[in-house]
Design a protein around this ligand. Structure first.
Ligand code: ZN
Length: 134
């Protein structure tokens, strides 16, 4: 693990979430990206070394939609940057963490990602992400 790469926050709509984060941070999002396989649309804010990812649902039956129905808007996951996601997945699996996917998936913002089940990680959904070389 290198550092916290971003914090993922579930919002009802990107418009609503972006308006609030623009007021809060005083900057505009630098990127919007849809990850249709996950039924989510995302918006990224950068502030200094830190990044916030807003996640809004597409449709009614994706993971963000379910999260919002259960919890309402709020912190959804914490993402850690890793240099070798496959090695890190194998290490964490060996440590007893439950991986939500057995192979890295392509996520937003040019990353390979893998999630760890919150039940195995102290109640926090953890994302591993590795930058995809251009
Ligand atoms: Zn994320």
């Amino acid at each position: 693990m290198q550092k916290i790469e971003h914090i993922g926050i579930a919002v009802n709509t990107l418009e609503e979430g972006e308006a609030m984060y623009e007021s809060l941070l005083g900057v505009k999002p630098y990127k919007r990206e849809e990850v249709s396989a996950e039924k989510v649309t995302t918006s990224f804010f950068r502030q200094g070394p830190n990044k916030i990812e807003l996640l809004a649902p597409i449709g009614e039956d994706g993971p963000i939609s379910k999260f919002l129905a259960k919890n309402g808007p709020g912190i959804h996951h914490i993402a850690y940057a890793v240099t070798d996601i496959v090695a890190e997945m194998s290490r964490l699996s060996g440590e007893g963490f439950r991986l939500l996917n057995d192979k890295p998936k392509r996520g937003a913002d040019n990353k390979y990602v893998c999630f760890l089940h919150p039940k195995s990680a102290g109640g926090v959904l953890i994302e591993l992400c590795q930058e995809i070389p251009e």
